[in-house]
Design a protein around this ligand. Sequence first.
Ligand code: BG6
Length: 485
Amino acid sequence: MANPFDMVLFGGGGDLALRKLIPALYRAHMEGSLAEGCRILPVCRRQDDADQYLDTAQDALKKHLRDGEYSDSVWKEFSQLLRPVALDIAVPDEQWDQLADILGADEARGRLFYLAIPPGVFGPCCENLSLKGLINEQSRVVVEKPLGYNAQTSDEINSKIASYFPENNIFRIDHYLGKETVQNLLALRFSNVLFEHLWDASTIDHIQISISETVGLEGRAGFYDDTGALRDMVQNHLLQLLCLIAMESPNKMCAKNIRAEKIKVLEALRPLVGEGVDKNVVRGQYVAGGLGTQLVPGYLEELEAAGSNTETFVAIRAHIDNWRWAGVPFYLRTGKRMEKRCAEIVIQYKKVSHRVYDESAGDIIPNRLVIRLQPEESIKLVLMAKKMDSLTTELQPAELNLTLSDTYDSFRSDAYKRLMLDAAANNSALFIHRDEVAAAWSWVDPIIDYWRETNSQPHLYRAGSWGPQAASELLARDGRHWFNP
Ligand code: BG6
């Protein structure tokens, strides 16, 4: 358990805070992970909102906690930790003094500033914290994606924050890294000798990494239409998963070593520029369709706009130009309003090098390792085996299945809870270094530039499908297909 700390939640009344952060802190309190004396200071812009904050937070908890998590008695205790404050982030007036008074002068106490606010105000917020003398040696700042809009704006934001906080005290969140299942990728790779020699171009044919979502815009139309799937999901979550799958073993599981290995992967990504974008990237946008029995509107109807070429789906064929991965394509895919919600990594092995069975034994299907990260966690290995009870030798695929969600019946992870507690304990292993953000943007930027220069239009796909036909063709050209969950 971390020592008692104060967490100042800028944007305390916003969507992220009420939907994710307050519930995560409630869970941390419920399981006893918040040391006695911790305080949470949600910052609201208006005094009225601060006055009503406890009611707002209670409603949000009732709405966003999972079944059975909310109870009046836990809320009563948890609400004692909340100390709402009203101030204007951009104006360093006397309202800030109230915050300073609550924080006090205890230099030894951990102090976290969580910026759940638009990146445009990160700079003024840090500046005012500094102006008011609120940054001390124990202060850390936690920032959320999107960190900018491209390499340049991201660099500007990072430089601004860096003028007030040293890199070691800046915690950049990618909530995917807080997922237990994502951390398990590292455990799987680096604590099993089994995979050690079967993790490179000599045995692997290709790798697929997919994050499909069934949700649409979820009331974030303005933000999403300016952002699109490439910036919203690929620049961060998908590239982080790619790094964890492709990186070399760190010497030790510590922040410095893990980050160094991830950066090497990002730097080895073959740039996609000019016509290379047309050949290797497919962008899509959903039109009305059916999700299960429900009819859902198309992107433009949800957006209430006559036209927009923002992509809600991306599929990419990527290559990592290094010794381990030479010639192995990584197919990345993400989209909104797809048939199923699922995050999955498929490692497709090569064919056996020499066939010893004659034709009558049937096809020998190459091995496949399927790691499902959500909604449930499982690891499946597809092997070939002899068909039992048959006098002739016939081969057939058999599966080794490990369903981790069954093993851990009461398993309920919360990525934000984990990351906030890590930041409080000064453990930065699951956070993103500035150089990683920069490397990811410099791979993504030329794709966006090319789309803009060529006025590229997205391929349409029906809501409730697996994306546009062009995404299937991307793999079909290589003689492959997507493994849809
Ligand atoms: C966020 C994106 O970072 O991740 C959202 O901004 C997306 O658009 C979400 O829906 C997906 O997260 P998860 O944890 O539900 O897979």
